[in-house]
Design a protein around this ligand. Structure first.
Ligand SMILES: [Zn+2]
Length: 290
């Protein structure tokens, strides 16, 4: 699932491509993706003719502010990613008019929702598993919805004290699961929680109550460091995620833990393990993360 660095990369790139553009039409072959309003025709009608005023991120949500104080929310969920290009319908299949990864990389060929822009380009969601969602909100109502989300870890207001305060919302829990809890911190998922814990040499199975102040401080510092690295490398494309031009991000070449089971730990040469934790998998070094 795209996490904070992937969504941030998408948002920064989208800003360059869709700001000030107007929606001229919308197409889908999977109306269930539109959750609000429930009717696709209503959704389509409300968006046509509206101009993009801003593109921003909150947690893992892409937020496209449009005229009339409305916001289009896109959540890419498990396997979705956002693309901008030019496609044409050929035998019921959208095919990129331009050569390159939008045409060649199979991950970019699952277009189920397309927004047509007034410059002839299209903003599309490619999603093989079709869990991604689109919602149209009154902006102030949406802000209320976000009240239960944890703080944004890269904002200056996210201090060590804030981090500790936020952790208190949960009395116990394994540190990996707590890091992925969107009520505690916004934007961290499976990939970056594994990397943060490898970086700090802390076992993903440790209960938050057993961590001392220095360990919490290390985790706090590492959250900022690893997420910034993720943005700098433009996200992790080990799985479905691609940048909006269809090319891959670079974090998967830098990562030390996620998806590296069976490989040697880059610090101590012990074999990286993968183990179930809740419904997810933790990737960690059993020797240096104790
Ligand atoms: Zn190790």
């Amino acid at each position: 699932m795209p996490e904070l660095p992937e969504v941030e990369t998408t948002v920064l790139d989208l800003r360059k491509k869709v700001l000030k553009r107007t929606f001229v039409d919308i197409w889908t072959d999977f109306k269930k993706m539109i959750k609000r309003p429930k009717s696709f025709q209503k959704f389509r009608k409300e968006l046509i003719g509206k101009k993009v005023e801003n593109v921003r991120r909150r947690a893992k949500n892409i937020l496209i502010d449009i005229s009339n104080d409305k916001t289009l929310l896109l959540h890419q969920k498990i396997s979705g990613h956002t693309l901008v290009g030019r496609w044409e319908l050929k035998k019921k299949q959208w095919v990129s008019k331009l050569p390159g990864p939008l045409l060649d990389d199979s991950k970019n060929r699952f277009l189920h929702l397309i927004f047509f822009l007034d410059n002839g380009k299209q903003l599309a969601i490619s999603d093989p598993r079709k869990f991604a969602k689109a919602e149209l909100w009154d902006r102030d109502e949406l802000e209320k919805e976000f009240k239960n989300l944890g703080p944004e870890p890269l904002e200056d207001s996210f201090t060590f004290e804030e981090f500790k305060k936020s952790l208190k919302k949960r009395k116990k829990g394994k540190i990996k699961q707590v890091l992925m809890d969107q009520r505690i911190i916004a934007g961290i998922g499976n990939i970056y929680s594994d990397e943060i814990l490898w970086d700090t040499r802390i076992s993903p199975f440790k209960d938050i109550n057993s961590l001392n102040d220095q360990e919490l401080k290390n985790i706090y510092t590492s959250i900022k460091k690893i997420l910034k690295k993720g943005i700098q490398l433009k996200g992790d494309s080990i799985s479905d995620y691609r940048k909006i031009d269809g090319t891959k991000g670079g974090f998967q070449l830098w990562g030390k833990a996620y998806g590296r089971e069976g490989k040697k730990c880059q610090r101590c040469r012990t074999i990286i393990k993968r183990e179930k934790i809740g419904g997810r998998s933790a990737h960690f070094c059993p020797k240096c993360q104790s």
